[in-house]
Design a protein around this ligand. Structure first.
Ligand SMILES: Cc1ncc(COP(=O)(O)O)c(C=O)c1O
Length: 315
């Protein structure tokens, strides 16, 4: 049986999960005024080691995003990384995990605002296996538009903004699809409900630019780097809806889902209706990289257990 999580980082220390509670008057609970992150740890059985993928980059984004909601945390990126590693060590996980940091307006007052309210930060982690969509995902274009940067900035991973994603995801689910793709206010394709989008046209890997109402995904940046290193041409430019129907390949990518080939959009087959060669090659490499199995990218993998790895196995 998979063991549940027992601890949380809460108000500056690691406490039993039952003690990490917020009151019903908390501003963030009433108004969605918080920032969150999603980070993954991958168990490497051969090395008996848990590797956290791009830990630092996630907390850099977290603290940058806090600026948007005027959340001031008394922690540096290094301190948040350390707190996460300590939490994982206390949990003692020997499995893949998902880590959820939250920074939120913790003041217990009625009144929608960002100013003159205290902020808090919490982190919890739980066992989380690989998201698997064997054969690829079938998606639809959502009738819900991605919210505009001048309404709720999608790049900031604001808690309340995820109502937009939830509406799209559930609409897709109720229509029998695996996920939704969302259009920006200008009609170009933005991203999935919780993942960035890539398409392949004539051997070029294309993804919408960061100004197209997307989360500036860490997996997206990773895929762009891996593709470049594999000699695959990459391009960041707006994508039309109908390009999805004529693309050779398409895939979603994100921390939670990894890389998921899209085989159908709006009942139109993508390519020949099976994961294409570029998606398959990148997915295989990504899965090895996150587990610390590609020495070239080992700098992205932070080991949790300092003493567990047999000596001589790490370069
Ligand atoms: C809306 C949205 N887009 C993209 C992503 C992928 O981002 P990342 O690769 O940093 O997890 C996420 C995942 O958290 C997301 O919520």
């Amino acid at each position: 049986m998979v063991r549940k999580n027992r601890f949380a980082f809460f108000n500056g220390k690691i406490v039993p999960i039952e003690d990490a509670k917020v009151g019903i008057m908390t501003s963030a609970f009433n108004y969605g005024t918080g920032i969150f992150e999603g980070i993954r740890g991958y168990w490497n059985g051969e090395e008996e080691q848990l590797y956290v993928f791009r830990l630092r980059e996630h907390f850099e984004r977290f603290l940058r995003n806090c600026r948007v909601l005027l959340i001031e945390l008394p922690y540096t990126v290094e301190e948040l990384c350390e707190a996460t590693l300590e939490l994982l060590q206390r949990e003692g996980f020997r499995t893949d995990v998902y880590i959820r940091p939250l920074a939120y307006k913790s003041g217990e007052e009625i009144g929608v605002r960002l100013h003159d309210l205290e902020s808090q930060c919490t982190i919890f982690a739980l066992p989380f296996g690989e998201y698997d969509k064997p054969g690829g995902a079938r998606v639809m274009i959502s009738s819900w538009r991605r919210m505009d940067d001048n309404a709720i900035p999608p790049r900031s991973k604001i808690i309340g903004a995820y109502v937009n994603s939830a509406l799209a995801k559930t609409e897709a689910h109720l229509h029998g699809f695996d996920d939704a793709l969302m259009l920006c206010q200008d009609g170009h394709v933005s991203e999935g409900s919780a993942a960035n989008l890539f398409i392949v046209r004539d051997g070029t890997l294309i993804t919408p630019p960061v100004t197209q109402e997307i989360l500036e995904g860490i997996t997206r940046a990773t895929i762009l780097q891996l593709a470049e290193d594999l000699g695959i041409e990459t391009l960041e430019r707006p994508i039309d809806r109908s390009e999805l129907y004529v693309a050779d390949e398409a895939f979603l990518c994100g921390t939670a889902v990894g890389l998921v080939p899209i085989i159908e959009v709006d009942h139109r087959q993508v390519g020949d209706g099976a994961p294409g060669p570029i998606s398959t090659q990148l997915k295989k490499l990504y899965q090895a990289v996150v587990r610390g199995k590609e020495l070239r990218y080992r700098r992205w993998c932070t080991p949790v257990y300092r003493a567990a790895v047999p000596s001589g196995t790490i370069p």
